[in-house]
Ligand binder design. Sequence first.
Ligand code: AMP
Ligand code: TRP
Length: 332
Amino acid sequence: MTRVLSGIQPTGDIHLGNYLGALRQWALDQHEHDSFYCAVDLHAITVQQNPEELRAKTLETMATLVAVGLDPEVCTLFVQSHVPYHTELSWLLECTVSFGELRRMTQFKDKSMKQGDSGQEHVSAGLFTYPALMAADILIYDADRVPVGDDQRQHLELTRDVAERFNSRYGETFVLPSAAIPKIAARVMDLQEPTNKMSKSAESALGAVGIFEDVESIAKKFKRAVTDSSNEVRFDFESKPGVSNLLSILGAATDRDPELLAEDYAQYGALKADTADAVISVLEPVQLRRSELLADPAELDRIIARGAEKAGEVAAVTVSRAKEAMGFLSPS
Ligand code: AMP
Ligand code: TRP
């Protein structure tokens, strides 16, 4: 059976890009594959976090994963730091990946530059070695398939390279994983600056749509979405990023081809209104489930504890295999 693993950082507010690019795929995958999903709190600390906020966000993220339809009876849902084998394998992989490979990662270049721009000189070493930890997250579960948005493509390629190098140095140890990137909405763009991806740290509050936002606010954001002055509805990200972003969001929310959808619209106003309606109908059931769940914190604690146990059992086996292959003396 195909093994699936993916993770999301418990920082900021989970947005429509996370949902359409990743989480929706996770929910579908759980019924077809043996799936593991986690809140990657160890990744979150690559930039400084407020401790109380990190704790609260981690819990909230776990509630969100259940709310988007991940069923703890069907898949394994856990908090990354509850399975300490991730950090152990990460070190073995840090010694397998090269400095040059890490230096080429665009996410590192972007994030370290952003830190500098915001006046923060401090760029942690963890931000640099982050892809080794991500490779550990994936390889530790022998995952074949990793459902992610387009921005993680490069990290997945690196994970494969690292696994291949390890296997050729020390013998077959790891499964080579592939990225599963959705055909539509793999890169949802900011509604105000459609040449930037929608992100948790959006410049403008109007640019990102949180998955738990109230429906009036979602409708308002789509109404104000930046388009262009030509008033021609056409799917072409190069010359019409704003309109194309709306078309791909609408396409993803209604399971239709954005290029064909473009033919149905003569005006931006109608496209914006329909996109808002489609997004709201996709998000409403998610919002309802989350309020039910937050009303029962003990249930969420049970889910998290059970997930750590299930994930830990699998991870322990892989780490021993990797240590054995690398030549560590086993404790007698
Ligand atoms: P992060 O919020 O960076 O932890 O991302 C969690 C998941 O959401 C990853 O699989 C990302 O690739 C995906 N993702 C993040 N932003 C976007 C976006 N704007 N469009 C599509 N997918 C995204
Ligand atoms: N790097 C991913 C992101 O920023 C999060 C992540 C960490 C992840 N470990 C992973 C995604 C393992 C998939 C598989 O979105």
